[in-house]
Design a protein around this ligand. Structure first.
Ligand SMILES: C=C(O[C@@H]1C=C(C(=O)O)C=C[C@H]1O)C(=O)O
Length: 132
């Protein structure tokens, strides 16, 4: 075992990646007073927590959508479901308005994710297609 904080067993893990992260990484150092930077870092601590949550939430969402993709492939259903997409986008735009988030942004964000999900579903369908 070497004496550095990381070794071969842990250097590639998510935990190791998180340890290498510098929460004070910034191009603004030297351009503002330390007190301003300290406040900026404090606010960024919460942004960091939210971004980490987004990664976990997206990972979980993709786990479920992969299950939908496998179910669709098994039953010869198409990768996309435009009726479901329209209903979901409308619902999230309403939620966005209530939450003071731009509804156009909410729609754009969801469409971006859905496009990736459909790409995964197409790949699952292609993999499970019997050889011609
Ligand atoms: C996940 C599904 O597949 C696709 C992806 C969707 C999504 O990511 O919300 C919604 C509809 C489908 O186009 C589904 O049909 O439920």
């Amino acid at each position: 075992m070497n004496s550095t904080p990381e070794n071969a067993a842990t250097s590639g893990t998510a935990a190791a990646g998180a340890r290498r992260y510098d929460p004070h990484a910034s191009s603004l150092v030297g351009t503002a007073e330390q007190a301003v930077l300290d406040e900026l870092y404090a606010i960024r601590g919460s942004i960091d927590n939210i971004d980490a949550s987004l990664v976990y939430l997206l990972a979980e969402r993709f786990k479920f959508t992969q299950r939908v993709g496998r179910l669709k492939a098994e039953h010869d259903l198409p990768p996309s479901d435009p009726g479901r997409e329209a209903a979901q986008i409308q619902r999230l735009q309403t939620l966005a308005r209530e939450a003071d988030l731009e509804p156009e942004f909410a729609a754009k964000f969801l469409n971006f994710i859905i496009a990736e999900v459909i790409r995964h579903h197409q790949a699952i369908a292609d993999e499970s297609e019997p050889e011609a």
